[in-house]
Structures are given as C-alpha cells and as structure tokens.
Design a protein around this ligand. Structure first.
Ligand code: ADP
Length: 538
C-alpha cells in the first residue's frame, strides 16, 4: 500500500500567530483601548505577550480542554488571550455581553469556564451575575494595576498576571482536531447553544475566507473588524488577518459612527466588516462630515439582509465596494459571498443591484443544497425557496453537550434554519429564517423580501415584517418601520409604494411607525420581541 509522502503538519491556530510574528513581525495592531487611549503594538510583540499569557494560564492551573471565558471587546489583549488559551490547549469561550443576564449566567455554567477575563466595562455585569454562576471561577480584569476597579468581587489584574512570565513559552502540542474555541449562537430564534470550533476548522476557515472573492486580505491591507470577537467567531478575522500579515485596527468599546469613521481615517483602513445596523450610523456620520473615505476600499456586510440603500450609499456616494456575505455561528461562520461572477458585468445596473442584494455563492469548503418539504432538491431558478442545508469542514457536527440532539441528517447535512433560493449563477438568496416566515392562507410570504422593498422608500431607515394572527388567513403581514426624522410618510403612502412591487396578498394589513427598532445581542432586528408585542394586535 503506497503511503502519502507529505508532512502531517497539524493545522493549529497558534501556527498563524507564529507566522505573523516571524514574517510580519513589524506589522501593526492598533487598538482603541477600553481605558481610552490608542494602543499600538506589532504582531511580534503581540505574539510574545500571547506566550506570556499562555504561561500565566498554565500557572493558574488551566489544563488542556479547560474553558477560558472572555467578556471583552476587540482589543490586542483579547487577541493575546485567544492565542494564549489556544497555546496551552485550552478553549477560548467568547461570552456575548449583550445577551440577557440570565442567558449569560446559563452560558457560563453550561461552558463551565474555569477562569473568566473581563474588560473593565463588564465588571458590573459580573457583579450582577455573581450569585448565579461565578462560584469557584477565577476572575481577571483585562487592564493594568492603575485601572483596577473597586469591586465586591475578587479580581485579578491581567497585566500583573502576565508581567513576569516568559515570552518564550513553548506552545503545547496537540492534534489539529482538538477543540480551541467556543461560541454560543446568539439566541435570535431559540436558547443559545454552544458551537465548539477546532484548531483545524479555524485554520481552514481563515484560509478559505482569504480567497480573493471573499475577505481576500493581503499584507498591505488595513483591516478593522467591527464585528465583535464575541459574535460568530469574529467572522474569522482574528485568524485570517494575521495569517496574511494584514494590519489590524481594533475598535475596542467605541462602535458609534463617529468613533469608527475617525479610526478608519486615522489608520488608513482599507477593509471593514459589520452588521447592517453599524452601517446606518456610519453613513449618517460621513454625510454629516461631507467627505469620502481616504483609503477604504471594501466592506463586508452580513448577519442580516443588507438594505439596498446601504449598498447604494457606500458604492455611489463613497466609492466603496460592498460585499454581501452570509454565514452563521455554526459555520465558523462564513458561508457565502456575493462576489461578481462572469457574465454579470454585461447585465444592466438594476439587475446587478438585485444580485448584490443576494447573499451570493458558497466558496470551496461549503457544500450547499436547498430542499422542499418533501426532501427533494428544488430547481436553481432563483424563485423557488427551500430549506437551506450545508456541509463542510468548518460546519458544526454537534452542539456542546449534544444540545438539540442529532443535528445532521442522513447525508451529513446541517439544516441552517434559513429558507433560500439558488439561481443559475449559484447565487443563494435568503428569503427568511424558517421561524420568521409569514404563513398566510397556507402560502409563504418572505418577510425579508417585504422588508427589502419597503426599506427602499427614502423616508425609511429600518423596517421589520412580522406575521400577526388572523382568524381567516392564519397570519397576515404587518410592517414596523422607523422613519427618517421629520418624515410624514403615512401608512397608505407606504402601501401604495409597495403595491407595484409585490403580489397583492403580500401587502401588509397594518403598518406601524415606531421610534426605534429593537435589536438582538448581535445587532439583528429582534423579531421575537416584535412578535411578542404585536402578534395579536390586529
Ligand atoms: P443567531 O442564529 O443567534 O442569530 P448568528 O449570528 O449565527 O446567530 O446568525 C446566523 C443567521 O443570521 C443566519 O442563519 C441567517 O438567518 C442570518 N444571516 C446571516 N447573514 C445574513 C445575510 N447576509 N442576510 C440575511 N440573513 C443573514
């Protein structure tokens, strides 16, 4: 039997930082710190401190496979911690601070974090959940001695913890399929469930994400991840940026439009990624300033469907290319990118814009199919929706502790809970989350499509479509909309605007203008809250 003749080099995430530290040692990592000032270091320095952090974790008694909780913004310290934990074979567990306290307490207990590292911002949060979940867990504040807060909790100081450790700490070896990261789904449609990434899945995800039609980072890129490290594995950016030696610009706690635009301009940012709610603020800020971005070339938007006006604003007003992406925590998290394909450049601009609004095509490493309710594949006609299923080396096989039972079907596919169409370009378009779809008279109305049409009205900032109970039809659509300040748009005028765009029976039975849209812990429109509030309002 002939054996393969190549090296069994394990795909461990620590090798990414080693590479950055060796071949891009002088490249910068810039952070807006929680304490306030801008902090600058290099990959070389970050890697040295990650080793100090690993040594400190080992001294603290953290063993292979233990969970290391983090309640932290995107900062250099948070990066050190991810790599430091990985370097001793432990598992970084990002806790989303925007979840409800009860969910946070549940997650900390479910993950059984041995030690939790928190930014100053989140010390009050720890104090609130102390009695529910912190007994026996060591707590460390990600700051220096001079900023240590007064607290009833017993808190250690991160800088003290790592200060005297060796920056030559040798990473612990381990297999590539060992666990390294834990991230809970944000609970948009159900209780949060833990997804456990492996070294291998994270390395592959970063390699795959870096293809030119995807994130496509280079050593000359300057990358600002607005997407927090605690959301969906930070879209792989904590791995895919150092892998290429790209400059990293970490925004810390300040995620408002003005702070982000300041950082983008000051640090010559070429790429940034965020959920649509962030762009709303950023566009308003740039309009106020009346300027264009200096070097920003591309943004990736994902997490929820991107309204058309956002794409138009970036591309037409600011000359920035918008790449629409789709993914989920369970997919490490990237799944598709709407990058241009051959033949598209010949299409008229309206058709091209409609394609940009789609979530795009899967890249190598993601198998995808769409099934009808009978389990048959639906045609790739761009019209017929079905259940979206995925498979691949970066796709979840089971949740932590087997939550939810077996989640793969007989063919090994994971059901995303999304409904989508596929078109002849291989472009996928999400029509709904299965739980958000509006079922009227036995037929399905796509809430996302209704929202996409409505939010094209120049007087609207954000729109949500939900199903409200109806005696005859089961459910009927209702729109909740936030108007631009000063607008006098009426319900009738909005329905008239929609009339030529959708089938008559898709027109909403009711439109309600609200002052602010509720968002989930990951910045999506909180439809569960909207449904609870308005479901029986007809
Ligand atoms: P949660 O499932 O708790 O919301 P995730 O951030 O993992 O947490 O969400 C993944 C889901 O977000 C996808 O299944 C899909 O419904 C939605 N989503 C992600 N990106 C997009 C997008 N570009 N357009 C529409 N929906 C999206």
């Amino acid at each position: 039997m002939l054996r393969g003749g190549m090296q069994a080099w394990p795909l461990r995430v620590t090798s990414i930082l080693d590479h950055a530290a060796r071949f891009h040692a002088g490249q910068e990592v810039v952070t807006r710190t929680v304490e306030g000032p801008i902090h600058r270091c290099t990959y070389g320095q970050l890697a040295a401190r990650a080793r100090q952090c690993a040594a400190a974790l080992e001294r603290a008694g953290i063993a292979t496979g233990d969970r290391v909780g983090t309640l932290a913004w995107n900062t250099y310290r948070h990066m050190e911690l991810w790599y430091g934990a990985a370097g001793i074979g432990a598992i970084y567990h990002t806790i989303n601070p925007r979840l409800f306290d009860d969910q946070i307490a549940h997650i900390i207990g479910d993950a059984d974090d041995k030690i939790i590292f928190a930014d100053l911002t989140f010390v009050p949060l720890l104090e609130r959940v102390r009695d529910r979940c912190l007994a026996g867990r060591r707590l460390v504040v990600l700051t220096d001695r001079s900023h240590m807060p007064n607290s009833l909790l017993e808190l250690d100081c991160y800088e003290d913890l790592i200060a005297h450790e060796s920056s030559d700490y040798p990473w612990r070896d381990g297999p590539e399929d060992a666990p390294v990261g834990l991230c809970y789904t944000s609970g948009t449609t159900g209780a949060p469930k833990g997804v456990v990434y492996t070294h291998r899945s994270n390395v592959l995800q970063a390699l795959i994400a870096n293809n030119a039609d995807g994130l496509g980072f280079r050593s000359t890129s300057s990358v600002l991840p607005v997407v927090p490290m605690y959301h969906a594995n930070a879209w792989s950016i904590a791995f895919s940026a150092p892998m290429t030696g790209a400059k990293l610009v970490l925004p810390g706690p300040k995620l408002d439009g003005a702070s982000l635009c300041d950082l983008i301009e000051a640090e010559d940012v070429t790429f940034t990624g965020a959920v649509p709610t962030v762009w709303i603020d950023m566009i308003a800020e740039m309009r106020k300033r009346g300027t264009r971005f200096k070097r920003l070339e591309r943004i990736v938007t994902g997490g929820s469907a991107c309204p058309r006006w956002i794409i138009e604003a970036f591309e037409q007003e600011f000359g920035v290319t918008v790449l629409h992406a789709w993914g989920m925590t369970e997919m490490s998290p990237l799944g598709t990118f709407a990058a241009p394909r051959p033949g598209m450049e010949a299409l008229d601009s309206e058709t091209r814009m409609r394609l940009k609004l789609k979530q795009g095509a899967p890249f190598y490493g993601v198998e995808m199919r769409i099934l009808d309710d009978a389990g048959q594949e639906v045609p790739w006609d761009g019209v017929t929706p079905g259940r979206l299923q995925v498979k691949g080396p970066c796709v979840v096989a089971e949740y932590l502790h087997g939550a939810g039972g077996a989640i793969l079907d007989a063919d090994g596919f994971f059901d995303t809970g999304d409904r989508a169409t596929l078109d002849p370009f291989g472009y996928m378009q999400i029509t709904d989350r299965t739980k958000d779809v509006i079922k009227s008279g036995g037929e399905w109305i796509s809430s996302i499509e209704l929202e996409n049409h409505a939010v094209c009205h120049p007087d609207l900032i954000e729109v949500a479509a939900i199903g409200i109970a109806h005696d005859k039809w089961g459910e009927r659509p209702m729109l909740l909309a936030v108007r631009v300040p000063g607008s006098t748009l009426t319900e009738e005028a909005l329905v008239d605007f929609l009339r030529p765009k959708v089938a008559r029976w898709w027109l909403p039975d009711a439109v309600l203008f609200i002052d602010t849209m509720p968002h989930t812990a990951t910045g999506k429109i909180n439809k569960v809250a909207l449904r609870e509030r308005y479901r029986n309002s007809a």
